[in-house]
Ligand binder design. Sequence first.
Ligand code: G
Ligand code: G
Ligand code: MN
Ligand code: NA
Length: 257
Amino acid sequence: TSRIAALRRAIEREELSLVYQPELHLTQGRIHSVEALLRWNSTDHGTVPPGEFIPLAEETGLIIPLGEWVLDQACRTLVAWRAAGADPALKMAVNISAVQLLRSDLPDTVARILQRHALPPGVLELELIESVLMSHAEQALRRLHVFRELGVSIAVDDFGTGYSSLSYLHRLPIDTLKIDKTFIDGVAAPDDHDDATITSTIIAMARTLGLATVAEGVETPAQLAFLQRHGCDIAQGFHISRPLPGDDCQHFLETAP
Ligand code: G
Ligand code: G
Ligand code: MN
Ligand code: NA
């Protein structure tokens, strides 16, 4: 079968799974959130990387049922962790593609799934990429206001790679900026003064504007130290933890300090 045909049947064939990557709060010293990341292990095509099948799902519209499956599954997992004693403040972060955000029924879908699982909206954080907030500003803004009213928080993913300015973003009802890994890669490299300057400037300006900052792709103790020194709120990356299957992540949460 073609990849599209296989992807179309991936849910019913139970080929999809989520892995969860913890995000560490740097001053509170606790796991603030986990990000759900979709994986596809196809019977016909083997393990297909998300960088390949997610664009395919977006082009074909399959991202709508897949995205709903992700939200439902992520909420189900969070409910199980909470029942097992997880921090009630622990947030679940879910990536939302532009195709999903532009649908007017996304807020209803999200509200319905939260209700189904009896979860307070405040534990859900939706990650949006920067470019959709610029290219479809009006529709995006309408959705963001509904989510704000609902109590769901919004993070801007891969921040710094698009063309939005902080002065524009701060007028939007968003909560968090996730600073793109490409900047974090250079922050503790002696020859990369630009990345360090950009990162510390984003952190300082975000703070002024009342936005929380997450550093993505933190891989070394030196990067973590830089981020702590510059007042970044939250760190995510292989140095904290790789994305983990649900059971392993639950164990990580139970044993993390
Ligand atoms: O999971 P990483 O391991 O490879 O993710 C690669 C890319 O796929 C990232 O840009 C990530 O945001 C995106 N991604 C992962 N899971 C999801 C998902 O459930 N929905 C959407 N829309 N994107 C996802
Ligand atoms: O676009 P988004 O930020 O959602 O993408 C998350 C992607 O980044 C996932 O593919 C995840 O596996 C990957 N990732 C998370 N932490 C690290 C890290 O420390 N190093 C590298 N190389 N990739 C990471
Ligand atoms: Mn993300
Ligand atoms: Na990102």
